[in-house]
Ligand binder design. Sequence first.
Ligand SMILES: C[S@@+](CC[C@H](N)C(=O)[O-])C[C@H]1O[C@@H](n2cnc3c(N)ncnc32)[C@H](O)[C@@H]1O
Length: 315
Amino acid sequence: MALNELLQLAIEKKLFSIGLKNLQKDAKNLSQKYKQRSLKLSDEEKLAYIAMRLPATLAVMQEVFFQLNSFYQTTRIKKLLDLGSGPGTSIWAAFSNFLSLEKLTLVEQDPFFLSLSKDLSIEHPDKNKVTWTSKDLRKISDFNEFDLILLSYVMNELSHEEIKHLIEKWVKSTSELLVIIEPGTKFGFENIRAIRSQLIKNNMKIVAPCPHEEKCPMQENDWCHFYKRLERSKIHRYLKEADLGFEDEKFSYLIASKHKEKEYLARILRRPIIHKGHVQLTLCTKDGLKNEIISQKDKTHYKLAKSLGWGDVYV
Ligand SMILES: C[S@@+](CC[C@H](N)C(=O)[O-])C[C@H]1O[C@@H](n2cnc3c(N)ncnc32)[C@H](O)[C@@H]1O
């Protein structure tokens, strides 16, 4: 059975004893709390989270790990530390993307989320490589043991000072990679932008999405974000009272490393617009944002541009 099917089965098993009507009420409360950026969730809302949010954060994490695999030799990733691991999303994304991964350490302060992640992963083929740690992530003393530090949808639960301190700890450590994922909102991106500046001031390298370490060219009132399309399960559709069988999850992210491995020139920041005879791309480059028109006459680039999407790298 494919990993995603295993996880879906485990989610449905976990939710089996709760009436769907009740779960729908909890899902609505959860959405409301997210809109108000309120972080105190009831246990019932955490159960709604695994039906409604986990599939989306997992799809995004898969996409971000795919980007990392494209620009970095990930066979070197043997030990991964996931800070604020929630329902164990990374268990389902890390082993399938980093084939040499030997140890995944999850740090989570919420006992309900911690036990949920254990229950959900019971059938996962690599669960014996997972360590669950019940701890406040701010109290982890150093990151030296780990090749990759992951913070997925966590930064908005920390203060600016706490974020700065965490980044400083990573910069000073021997850990090679840092992956941060945030919601694709103006607020989520502001965290990413501030972290990026701090990293660059400390001579760290950006693996993705930025093709450079120059000042971020995004306008103050705009934000750099991407989207991942995911299928909605029956239960997911029911909870959201949605007609569509899919949704587009918006996200912002940053992958930083201590050394740069592969260079590329530009990243596509908007959906490409296909006109008659040309394709229009909005690109992030080291010389700032560029609006590139690729004419049909330039056969090679035109064919390439037509095959690419928002978030892809361009030459
Ligand atoms: C929105 S969830 C994201 C879960 C998971 N990383 C994902 O991407 O699906 C944020 C998680 O971070 C945890 N968290 C927040 N602050 C924390 C802290 N100081 N120490 C440990 N865990 C924390 C929360 O309890 C919650 O489970």
